[in-house]
Ligand binder design. Structure first.
Ligand code: SF4
Length: 236
């Protein structure tokens, strides 16, 4: 057996193990409760050519100094993943580890997000992951309204370039920023919203789930809704 095949098998087994562990955490005993895991990342009209690419936007962002967060950041965290993703996940802002590595959702919360994706039959390379803010607020304080107002235009352009079928807002701050609302996340989660014409599912942030594991079942319900919508669009 070739080394390439062995590596692929290893990755598949690791993904299956991660999916099983997340579902076991939730108390889900049968994988039959999951909707079919689709992994078709570049189909449908939502992927017609965008006017500007993610690289164009990244270039425009450059070594951004447009708001005060530039002074305290180590690295700007633009976003990672598939430029043709059907699913975009948006968090709040980089934390300490993300700031150091220049990548969103690393560390423990990122590993939990990976497990949630694996339970959905996906990997990071299938989706796109980014934040409302590209730079870390000092001491993880809440971003200021003017910082959001300045940075958000880049997020809007990123999502317009990707044109996903679904956006998932991760956590209170991201959802409030995206939807311009102050309705508690506990009331918003699980209900489809509209973000610039794209269905948006609000759900809890993985960091919240680390502190409140009982919220994992709600997140799984939200992700099942996401999969149902994505699968319906593929089939329809
Ligand atoms: S948070 Fe956004 S607007 Fe502010 S410096 Fe960073 S990239 Fe620029």
């Amino acid at each position: 057996m070739s080394e390439h095949l062995v590596n692929e098998l290893r990755e598949t087994l690791a993904a299956a193990r991660s999916q099983f562990e997340y579902l076991r955490d939730l108390g889900v005993e049968s994988l039959g409760t999951c909707p079919p895991a689709e992994n078709k990342v570049s189909q449908g009209p939502a992927h017609a050519a965008a006017q500007e690419s993610l690289d164009d936007i990244h270039l425009d962002l450059g070594d951004c100094q447009r708001c005060g967060l530039a002074e305290s950041r180590t690295r700007l965290v633009y976003g990672v993943g598939n430029p043709n993703a059907r699913l975009v996940l948006v968090g709040e802002a980089p934390g300490r580890e993300e700031d150091l590595r220049g990548e969103p959702f690393v560390g423990e919360a990122g590993r939990l997000l990976d497990r949630i994706l694996a339970a959905m039959g996906m990997q990071r390379k299938d989706v796109y992951i980014c934040n409302v803010l590209k730079c870390r607020p000092p001491n993880n304080r809440d971003p200021l309204p003017e910082e959001v107002a300045t940075c958000e235009a880049f997020l809007v352009r990123q999502i317009a370039a990707i044109r996903p079928q679904v956006v998932v807002g991760l956590g209170r701050f991201a959802v409030h920023s995206l939807l311009k609302t102050r309705i508690p996340i506990s009331q918003l989660r699980g209900e489809w919203q509209n973000y610039h014409g794209i269905p948006l599912m609000p759900t809890y942030h993985p960091a919240y789930l680390l502190r409140n594991p009982e919220g994992k079942r709600d997140v799984w319900e939200d992700m099942k809704s996401v999969l149902r919508l994505m699968n319906a669009e593929v089939e329809g």
